[in-house]
Design a protein around this ligand. Structure first.
Ligand SMILES: C[S@@+](CC[C@H](N)C(=O)[O-])C[C@H]1O[C@@H](n2cnc3c(N)ncnc32)[C@H](O)[C@@H]1O
Length: 216
């Protein structure tokens, strides 16, 4: 079914506003630590406090969680930690030219457990290639989930892409329990490192309509 012009216009407007916001927040050539689905901000606020030299940006689609995150950041008086309301792929597409990803954190992303919903998962080949395009050699991708099948799918996919290499020996630089980690009976983590292999331009992210809001 084709989308109504008013709906498409609202999306275009939202994306333009995001570009303006990011152009102000991120001076060109800034290397950022990006947390996708930063939730209530527990992780990123602690991380930014532990690594004041890093410029940290958390992105989430839920306003209330971002407000709570911002309050934590303000209580900690951090100037290197920012929270932006955006869909992750829209945020990525709106990044100013020259901004690179130094680290990418994906902690307990929505698992979309039903097979027919796997297409909504954030970590998929196309997006991982797009992330690789904005990353320098050595950029680290940190992924943690309590969903065993999602974990396995990503762990199998990454080596296939050649742009990311799993590093089982890489340390987890900071342990800070998140809301969803606290609820998880068990979880698995991986670290992948950007290789020097060129990312395939055909597999980079394209403008798209946002997915529906996640199940949790
Ligand atoms: C399961 S929660 C995990 C939150 C946090 N990382 C934690 O461990 O507590 C997933 C978070 O990702 C956000 N989210 C889901 N899809 C997203 C998307 N496409 N772009 C940005 N955030 C998204 C949700 O709003 C939610 O806060």
């Amino acid at each position: 079914m084709p989308f109504q012009p008013e709906f498409l216009a609202r999306i275009a407007e939202r994306r333009a506003a995001l570009r303006t916001e990011l152009a102000t927040l991120l001076p060109a050539r800034q290397a950022i630590t990006w947390e996708i689905g930063s939730g209530h901000g527990h992780f990123l606020v602690q991380y930014a406090a532990a690594f004041p030299e890093k410029f940290c940006v958390g992105v989430d689609i839920i306003r209330d969680r971002l407000n709570r995150s911002g309050k934590k950041r303000d209580r900690a008086r951090l100037t290197n930690c920012h929270f932006v309301q955006a869909e992750a792929r829209e945020f990525f597409d709106a990044l100013p030219p020259g901004v690179t990803l130094q680290e990418i954190w994906v902690l307990f992303p929505d698992p979309w457990p039903k097979k027919r919903h796997h297409k909504n998962r954030i970590l998929q080949a196309e997006f991982l290639e797009a992330l690789a395009n904005r990353s320098g050699e050595g950029t680290r991708l940190y992924f943690r989930t309590d969903h065993a099948e999602y974990f396995r799918a990503v762990a199998l996919l990454l080596p296939e892409l050649k742009t990311w290499q799993l590093d089982p020996a890489a340390p987890w630089p900071l342990e800070q329990e998140t809301v969803f980690q606290a609820r998880a009976p068990a979880y698995q983590s991986l670290v992948a490192i950007r290789t020097s292999h060129p990312a395939t331009p055909a597999e980079t992210t394209a403008p798209r309509l946002p997915p529906p809001v996640g199940p949790r």
